[in-house]
Design a binder for this molecule. Structure first.
Ligand SMILES: Cc1cc2nc3c(=O)[nH]c(=O)nc-3n(C[C@H](O)[C@H](O)[C@H](O)COP(=O)(O)OP(=O)(O)OC[C@H]3O[C@@H](n4cnc5c(N)ncnc54)[C@H](O)[C@@H]3O)c2cc1C
Ligand code: SF4
Length: 587
């Protein structure tokens, strides 16, 4: 097929979600010519998320309009290497994004930082628990310290206008913040969101039990805010159509609100939308990326040469593009050798539902990240000696807004249809809440990403194959943290509770989390990692792969704070180091 070769640019970026957009802006500010290629459409708040049409549950939640169409690209899935994987023909387990802003348009907005120990997890856990740590887990250190990433978390929080209350400023613990967070340079840019009833009752019960509740860090603006790029957010109105929807109010941070408008009109930036990148090209040595090949909406193929290639297409497509482009050695689960596809992790989502008789929650009021949390059962914040597992989860009540079609909470034992079901939905809609525990997912040898040998996309290229099931370690952890959460639920005094610890096997049936990480992981040893601490691909110094694919073990937190921090960090080091010695690995 004919491929038209275009004039070269300094930088080509694949994907214009949070990561790609931040890199585009930061590198354009440096004076570089940047081309951003995005497989989906250009999205704009005024045009796409108009106040009159944004709160459409059928369109956005049921029909998933903002998500990638599985007919365009999907994954195949299986639980173990001995099974034959089958394609996901609808999105259940997770909800991939498409178009400028990426999944950051329909995300929930919880903007956590990982903890200092997460960056040296393997060393930390072995130092504390020795042989107690299950040897089946392929835990790894990042080769990156807390001090090296903290300033970039701060940069992302400022760009996204995060609302919250610090728990630890430069080592000084602050009452009312999260006491388990790593030392931070300064407080969040915005004060915490005002809380609704359910988080308030949860925080009261948690305090009575001796826990230390804090405001969940939220990318839903608590007040009007202008970021360092001069872009303004409006205060959140708790409209309740937040997760899986775009925000009509410019209140939920996203690349289309907080980054792209500041770079879109710069003369050295060009965004090409509806352009899907098919391959990263290398020269004959294999040690230099020369550009990318992409296909536009008309089926025309182009080669875009570039001095620097940045892939920011999120976990699955980052890994798939690397496999298709023969970057790194594909991971082999039997020998444990190879790095591309290694250490794929999910998230272990747990939940306890509380059914009250007279407590009215008005659950239609809310937003994706407005809530209260505790971290006593998260990660290694409690002693795991003798428990038979490591890891834990972030416990929180964040009522996202109960839209009328999907939100029908009924107690266990209720018939699934008929008049008894109808009565139960009426009785329980206003009086039910839940406590979530978004918990860690640790890597094991047989969980990995690879190219599927049987199923192709419309361009004839293999789909990405996910081989994943929850490790035994994580199932033991899920039961433990859910039991702990249920103790708090009981203190809140509902009529009935329902414990829902995550159970295996992993399936695509119900939504669990879009926090898929790993597969092209960061580390200091090229035999077990794909990128160095600058997201620079080992042995291909002008190729950078940025995003959650770099995360080698998933902690009990959402990833986007870290994705944003990695994007800022990569941009900073390209600007200050790489450009001084182009074509060399940074140290
Ligand atoms: C429903 C939902 C709720 C979430 N809630 C939270 C939360 O509360 N907190 C949190 O931290 N995280 C949350 N997340 C995760 C969050 O959305 C991601 O971490 C974040 O969007 C990652 O940003 P990114 O730029 O790396 O990837 P993306 O946002 O996925 O952007 C990647 C972009 O690359 C494009 N692309 C992919 N392949 C190609 C290709 N071959 N060629 C060209 N373009 C391509 C995509 O179309 C996309 O626009 C949530 C996600 C979902 C779906
Ligand atoms: S809840 Fe707030 S941030 Fe979310 S969509 Fe509504 S107004 Fe926007």
């Amino acid at each position: 097929m004919m491929i038209k070769k275009l004039p070269a640019t300094n930088v080509v970026i694949v994907g214009l979600g949070w990561a790609g957009s931040i890199l585009a802006k930061e590198l354009c500010d440096q004076g570089l010519e940047v081309v951003g290629l995005e497989r989906g459409p250009w999205r704009d708040t005024a045009k796409d998320f108009n106040i009159a049409s944004a709160a459409d549950e059928l369109r956005y939640n049921a029909r998933e309009e903002l998500m990638l169409r599985p007919a365009q690209n999907t994954c195949t899935m299986r639980n173990t290497p001995s099974e034959t994987a089958l394609p996901m023909r609808f999105w259940g387990s997770f909800h991939p994004g498409n178009g400028t802003g990426g999944a950051g348009n329909h995300w929930a907005g919880l903007t956590f930082r990982y903890q200092p120990a997460d960056f040296r997890l393997a060393s930390h856990l072995r130092e504390r628990y020795g042989k107690e740590v299950d040897p089946a887990l392929t835990l790894q250190d990042w080769g990156l310290d807390w001090e090296e990433i903290e300033p970039f978390y701060d940069a992302f929080e400022r760009v996204a206008g995060v609302s919250g209350k610090a728990g630890n400023i430069q080592g000084k613990l602050i009452q009312g913040g999260n006491p388990y967070e790593g030392p931070r340079t300064r407080d969040y840019p915005n004060p915490p969101n005002v809380q609704t009833i359910a988080p308030t009752l949860f925080a009261k019960a948690a305090t009575e039990m001796g826990y230390q509740p804090f405001y969940v860090p939220s990318a839903l603006a608590s007040q009007s805010y202008t970021n360092q790029y001069g872009l303004t957010m409006g205060p959140c109105t708790y409209c309740g159509f937040c997760t899986n929807y775009g925000c009509a109010n410019y209140s939920k941070a996203s690349a289309i609100v907080n980054v792209l408008p500041a770079v879109a009109n710069m003369p050295n930036f060009e965004a090409r939308t509806d352009c899907e990148v098919l391959e990263v090209l290398k020269d004959s040595t294999g040690k230099k990326a020369t550009g990318v090949v992409y296909i536009d909406n008309n089926g025309e193929r182009y080669e875009q040469p570039a001095d620097i290639v940045i892939v920011a297409a999120f976990t699955f497509e980052n890994v798939r593009l690397m496999l298709l482009s023969k970057v790194g050695i594909p991971y082999d689960p039997f020998s444990g050798k190879g790095t591309t596809g290694r250490n794929y992790c999910y998230q272990t989502a747990n939940n306890v539902r509380l059914f009250f008789k007279d407590q009215i929650f008005n659950p239609f009021i809310g937003g994706g990240a407005i809530g209260m949390g505790i971290d006593e059962f998260n990660n290694d914040n409690f002693d795991h000696s003798g428990l038979g597992f490591v890891g834990g989860g972030s416990t929180r009540v964040t009522p996202i807004g109960s839209a009328p079609i999907a939100s029908r909470p009924v107690p266990p034992g209720t018939p699934r249809w008929g008049s008894a079901w109808k009565k139960a939905t009426v009785d329980h809609y206003l009086t039910t809440t839940s406590i979530g525990c978004e918990a860690s997912s640790y890597p094991q040898r047989t969980n990995y990403l690879s190219l599927d040998p049987n199923y192709n996309d419309p361009h004839g290229r293999p789909l990405l194959r996910i081989t994943f099931d929850f490790p035994d370690n994580d199932m033991r952890m899920a039961q433990y943290v859910t039991d702990k959460v249920a103790e708090i639920a009981k203190v809140m005094n509902p009529e009935q509770i329902q414990k829902q610890p995550r159970k295996g096997p992993w399936s695509n049936g119900d939504y669990q989390s879009s926090h898929v990480v790993g597969g092209f992981v960061m580390g200091s040893d090229p035999s077990t990692s794909s990128v160095n601490k600058f997201c620079q691909v080992w042995d291909i110094p002008n190729l950078f792969v940025v995003g959650a694919s770099a995360v080698p073990n998933n902690p009990g937190y959402n990833p986007t704070g870290t994705v944003g921090a990695l994007a800022f960090r990569t941009a900073h080091y390209i600007r200050t180091q790489y450009l001084q010695k182009p074509g060399e690995m940074m140290v």
